[in-house]
Structure formats: C-alpha cells, structure tokens
Design a protein around this ligand. Structure first.
Ligand code: XMP
Length: 327
C-alpha cells in the first residue's frame, strides 16, 4: 500500500473534505492493490471493520466478501443492523453466520473469565476459518488495524495479529486501509462513507461481547436478561440525551439470586447492575451522574420488562479500584 506509515506531517482528518480526500486516495490504492482478486473480511459491525468494509465496497464492490459471525454475545439489534446496512443498503457480498449454539455450547458451565475469553476468541477464529475454507480464490484478508494498534505493537504493549491469528493453511495477503488513522479519524471517514451515526459513534464494546457481562458460567436465560436490560438502558439514555454525555454504559447480570416480590409472590431472581462511566482513555474512569428520575424510570422498566430480574443496582465504583467491565 502507498501509505504504510503515518507521515509525520499528516493533517488530522477532522472534516468531511479531508475525509473525502483520504477516501479518494485509498480507493485508488485499494483498486491497485486488489486488482481483480478477492478480499475476505471479518465484519463485526464495530467502527473499524465497518469503515474497512465500506471503503472496500467502494473500491472493489463484490470482490469483497464480508463474514459477520454472530457469536450470540452481541447486543440487541446488532446483527440486524449489520445485515441492513451492508447487505440491504450497500449491496455488500455478506455471509451471515449464526454461530450462537456453537459458542454457547462450548461456554456451558465455564465460569473462569480468562477461560471464557479464550474459548470465545478461539471459537471465533475457527468459525471464520471454516467459512474461509468454503470459499475459493481468496487472495487478501482485510483488517481494521488502526495507527494506535501499530504503535502499541511496536512498543510491545499489544500483539498485532497478522492475518488475525488464522491457521497456517489459510495464507492471505493483508489489506489494511485505515492503518494510518487514529480512531477519531476513522469515525469521520465512516460518516463521509455514509455509515449510520449510531454505528460510527457507538460505544466501545469488548470482543467477547456480553459474555463479560454475564458474570460466571453463561446461561441462555441470564444472557437474555443482560441483552434486554442493556437495550432498555441504551434506549433510555438515548431518550434522555445521556448518550453523548456518558462515555460507556451497560448492564451486568451476576450469577446469584436474591429474594423479591412480584405479583404479590416471593421470587428468587437476579439483580441487574448498571455501569455508566466517563473516561478519556479507559485507563481510569469516573462514575457518571445520572438524574435520579431517569434512574428510577430505568429501574421500573428493567424490573418489569426483563424476565428473571427483581432488583437493579448502580455501580458507584470508579476505576480504580473497579475495572470498567465486571468479567
Ligand atoms: P476494563 O474492564 O479493563 O475495560 O476497565 C477498559 C475498556 O476496554 C474495553 N474492553 C475491551 N475492548 N476487547 C476490546 O476491544 C476486549 O476484549 C475488551 N475487554 C474490555 C471495556 O469495555 C472498556 O471500555
């Protein structure tokens, strides 16, 4: 690729005009690099892979084959949004794999956070590799590597997985069209490419997804409680204008029950924890101040609309001592 490293004097992309100039340049470079060959991409629906997909669709159309793996740990509406935006609107060549059962079966009974993460990571690679092996004539693998990934790997902070840790029988050349960009620039480019604001400015979301918020061994019913309560929280934050004020917010459902009352009966059900934090770089974080009435309404909705939940708690712990995720 023409630009392998970020030039020292590169102007920060902050406007649609600068974004369009970058897009034009990259589309030209991608056309040259890819030619008439095929490119494969794991499209998570996150900012980086979505922008990479949109750039490649613009450059090489259906020579890009995107694979969206639903590991069953995505937020409510996410797989549907990926299908709507990429298959229906952008006419992408999109393979949708619902691997929910595969992941949840492997995770059944596993309570240790690190083991859960490993299972999810390894299974992801296997599902993606299975799909790659079904396809013929793929030359390139596209990745949403960004400039901080490169800097961190050079500084030994983070391993930058070339070819996404795929098995050796799958050898691809890499295409990394946003690798000289910072995250904020990727977002500006994404908007200029016509991606929805909600996709481009979505909050950070861990690779293992809701799996880190369904604490302990994941069960389908408790996972559903995490997903539904998260959807309510997001809806209410959006309605009350908190979306742009709070950096990250989500719910956690731990693996224990307490007594409560529903329909005048004693019920043993889970508590649901709300986490809402502000931070610059996620290294440390403060707890967001949420108006009491908004909280009371959210508690009312979660306890009445989410099966299996009879209490709602707010995590008042800054980082440190608490991490942002509960795991
Ligand atoms: P913690 O829990 O360490 O989280 O305070 C810091 C930030 O990182 C996010 N996070 C992840 N992001 N892959 C990601 O891309 C992951 O595996 C992962 N785990 C945590 C977390 O949501 C928070 O924003």
């Amino acid at each position: 690729m023409a630009n392998d490293r970020r030039p020292d004097d590169m102007v920060r992309i902050t406007t649609p005009e600068l974004a369009n100039a970058f897009i034009e340049e990259q589309v030209k470079a991608l056309k040259e690099q890819v030619g008439d060959k095929k490119v494969l991409l794991a499209l998570s629906g996150g900012v980086d892979s979505s922008v990479v997909a949109a750039l490649l669709i613009k450059a090489v159309g259906d020579q890009l084959i995107s694979v969206h793996v639903n590991h069953g740990l995505l937020r409510k509406g996410e797989p549907e949004q990926v299908i709507e935006v990429f298959r229906n609107q952008m006419k992408a060549n999109l393979i949708y794999v619902d691997a929910t059962d595969r992941f949840l079966d492997k995770l059944a009974g596993v309570a240790d956070p690190e083991t859960k993460r490993k299972i999810i990571g390894n299974e992801f690679i296997e599902v993606f590799a299975d799909e790659a092996r079904k396809l013929d004539g793929i030359t390139f693998l596209a990745q949403g590597t960004i400039w901080p990934d490169i800097l961190e790997s050079e500084n030994g902070i983070k391993a930058h997985h070339n070819a996404g840790g795929l098995p050796e029988d799958l050898e691809f050349e890499l295409v990394e069209p946003v690798k000289i960009l910072f995250k904020d620039e990727v977002r500006v480019v994404g908007e200029a490419l016509g991606l929805p604001h909600s996709m481009v400015y979505r909050q950070p979301f861990p690779g293992p997804g809701l799996g880190v918020r369904c604490v302990g061994a994941i069960t389908r019913d408790r996972l559903e409680a995490v997903r539904e309560s998260d959807a309510i929280l997001r809806e209410e934050f959006e309605k009350n204008g908190l979306m742009c004020q709070v950096w990250q917010y989500f719910t956690i459902v731990p693996d224990f029950k307490t007594v409560g009352i529903k329909d005048e009966k004693r019920v043993d059900e889970w508590p649901c924890v709300i986490r809402a934090v502000n931070t610059r770089d996620a290294m440390s974080a403060t707890v967001a101040e949420i108006p009491f009435e908004v909280m009371a309404h959210i508690v009312d909705r979660i306890t009445h609309e989410v099966p299996g939940v009879n209490r709602v708690l707010y995590d008042f712990t800054p980082k440190p001592t608490g991490t942002i995720e509960w795991e």
